[in-house]
Design a protein around this ligand. Sequence first.
Ligand code: UDP
Length: 247
Amino acid sequence: MKFDILGVKVDNATMDEAVAAVTKLMESGGRHIVVTPNAEIVLMCQQDDELKAAMDKASFTAADGVGVLAAAKKLGTPLKQKVAGCDLGFNLLFEAAKRECGVFLLGSKPGVAEKAAKNLCEKVPGLIISGVHDGYFSPEQDGEIIKLINDSGARVLWVCLGAPKQEKWMAKNRDALNVSVMLGLGGSLDVYAGNVKRAPEFMIKLKAEWLYRLIKEPWRFSRMIKIPRIMSLAKKEAKRRKNNAGA
Ligand code: UDP
């Protein structure tokens, strides 16, 4: 079931349900896009029609972030759980490994995907990394990158180019890519390469991962003030829906 969060259709799923749904997409043989919007991406969609259209092409949309969850609650459609893209991508690797589906890692600075691949192979028994490439290439090189991915035989593709670049790139190139499922996963390769640490477990449990990231990467402050902004839009939208229902 999908809920409309300020125009973005977000799947209402627990992490386990999300992994099961994306595994099904992986097995389906189609070409599927998975997006993992946080508050910043939902806000970008209000102004960026190309991004909005790209998000609409997704087969599965995970609610990545407390801002999206809080907005959903305000709208009267609370979501079951936060489904962080980073964790969804990781959990899917176990399902890919079990089915011998290769995974291609695209994105981040040169060397990061290689490092992430090595670490992920240590964590996920039987994982097949079909190939890696950094995320700093021009649109003219798209054809070359797509060929590299297709020739690798990968069924799963991590696209870690940051938002909104990764969502637009997936929407534009989906039909040329012979992968079953491509996931837009932001800075996940940096996390698995060990370049960016995740918050300690207790902070994740307290829903304070944002605070940890703010301390570690203070430049994120401008992004975090997006949470009050999404809440104010959600409040307005909730009011509008209520008035419409009453009319
Ligand atoms: N990136 C990239 N190509 C670009 C711009 C960014 O591969 O042209 C990468 C960047 O190196 C980083 C990721 O995209 O690894 C974006 O990470 P960020 O933490 O900003 O994303 P978030 O997880 O917050 O969405």
